[in-house]
Design a protein around this ligand. Structure first.
Ligand code: SAH
Ligand code: F3S
Length: 447
């Protein structure tokens, strides 16, 4: 019987990606098969996040819940990876001695070595170093698992926003070499992938180190657009500070670029943006959006917003509310500021009472939800090009895919069209998805 690994993922898309890579590397080295039942697993991995909330406590709480499995099965191994591991290191083993492996986002490719060192020594292993980008040289070649794939193009972040822990847990920005990225996408395209999402904390800071700094993110997009089989390109996340004129222009020139950009704004107040060290003003943010819309009139914009940053006044918050209306954000995420140990903002005086922050968050989320629903309603009756990714999670009798605007669309249809683009007429807007029907032409093609 093959050994089984259970991976529990917290946090961002980078973590989802890393979890897939953990499963790949363990499968290639030791034949581990994934399982979604921790009680069946020979190895349990937690891929943790420390960007918000009391992540450490959550990890220890969840670890406590699998501890009994180890009592029942002494051969069971438990590992903690991701950003909490990176931040806490040895402290995890001190507090939870039954943890066998601790590894960071940049050392997950060393899992096989860590496992054998654990077996040989009988001791817990900790490796949270930042060995540059070596990770990608040691991961198995990815296989296509459906028509849409994520491809990591860079790791880490060097922006050091004053509230954010990512530069400390994932390290500074390091780009993958261009030939590696293009090779990986070409291989995925041969395996049936039609849409790629270029992934990184700050993708538009991409710089290919193999071509003497000549290839930036816009050049990368051009190269990806040239790969046969790739019909749609997304990227996440980008930073307003690195949104160059050339990148804006690429959105009108490169047809394969999806009509959607996720561009975190964080706040609409210049005072708060400066305290966050974001490196742009509200006007500059709006100017990027205006020029993006000029380049690609149907583009939808998603964002991230933090409320209750230390020193945020009612007036600051109202500026954020105003910009949300002005821009008309599509799907967005908003959070209450959470002080992160080791970040500069954690030392700032914060006098806003928590209930007031909560009230701001509710008001903002109400607005963001209304904006998102409004956009959904206006899509009813329109024709959307949908990449059919599989059966709908909620109703296996229906198909599910994404529109160019990154909206999930469910519609009745035959499973034979999974993996292809098709035109879907939107018939109904739901809370976080759209319903539609195949057009007569699209139905005829698939009949
Ligand atoms: N570069 C990534 C940022 C990762 S963190 C990106 O741009 O997506 C994702 C989001 O979490 C951030 O955009 C921010 O809105 C939020 N966030 C980060 N640190 C936070 C903190 N200390 N408190 C509250 N929200 C935070
Ligand atoms: Fe964090 Fe700012 Fe980078 S939010 S990931 S430090 S761009």
């Amino acid at each position: 019987m093959p050994k089984k690994v259970f991976v529990r993922t917290f946090g961002c898309q980078m973590n989802e990606y890393d979890s897939d890579k953990m499963a790949d590397v363990l499968n290639a080295s030791e034949g581990y098969e994934p399982t979604d039942r921790p009680e069946d697993a020979d190895l349990i991995l937690f891929n943790t996040c420390s960007v918000r909330e009391k992540a450490q406590e959550k990890v220890f709480h969840d670890l406590g819940r699998v501890r009994h499995l180890k009592m029942a099965n002494p051969n069971l191994l438990i590992g903690v990876g991701g950003c909490v591991a990176s931040q806490e290191g040895e402290a995890i083993v001190r507090r939870a001695p039954y943890v066998d492996l601790v590894f960071g986002p940049q050392t997950l490719h060393r899992l096989p070595e860590l496992l054998s060192a654990r077996r040989l020594s009988g001791k817990s292993q900790v490796d949270i170093s930042f060995p540059e980008i070596e990770k990608f040289d040691h991961l198995p070649t990815p296989k296509a698992a459906g028509p849409a794939a994520f491809v990591s193009i860079m790791e880490g972040c060097s922006k050091y926003c004053s509230f954010c822990v990512v530069p400390y847990t994932r390290g500074e920005e390091v780009s993958r070499p261009l030939p590696d990225v293009l090779g990986e996408i070409a291989a995925l395209a041969l395996g049936g992938v039609r849409e790629v999402t270029l992934l990184g904390q700050n993708v538009n800071a991409y710089r290919d180190s193999t071509s003497a700094g000549n290839c930036d993110f816009t050049d990368l997009l051009d190269h990806v657009a040239d790969i046969p089989g790739i019909e749609r390109i997304r990227y996440t996340t980008s930073h307003p500070r690195d949104f160059t004129h050339r990148l804006l222009e690429a959105h009108s020139r490169i047809e394969k670029l999806a009509a959607h950009v996720h561009l975190p704004m964080q706040s609409g107040s210049d005072r708060i943006l400066a305290a966050m060290k974001r490196g742009y003003t509200a006007l500059e943010y709006k100017s990027i959006i205006r020029r993006l819309r000029a380049a690609r009139p149907d583009i939808s914009i998603g964002t991230d917003i933090i409320v209750g940053f230390p020193g945020e006044t009612d007036a600051d918050f109202e500026s954020t509310m105003d910009i949300a209306d002005e821009v008309g954000f599509d799907t967005s995420y908003s959070f209450i500021y959470s002080p992160r140990p080791g970040t500069p903002a954690a030392g700032l005086k914060d006098e806003t009472p928590h209930p007031q922050k909560l009230e701001r968050l509710y008001r903002l989320q109400e607005k963001l939800d209304a904006l998102e629903s409004g956009i959904g309603e206006r899509m009813v009756g329109t024709l959307q090009q949908v990449l059919v990714e599989g059966l709908s999670a909620k109703d296996p009798g229906e198909l599910a895919g994404k529109s160019s605007h990154n909206r999930t669309v469910n519609f009745p249809g035959d499973a034979s069209i999974i993996g292809r683009f098709t035109d879907v007429r939107i018939t109904q807007a739901r809370r976080h998805s759209l319903r539609g029907e195949l057009t007569p032409v699209a139905s005829a093609v698939t009949a």
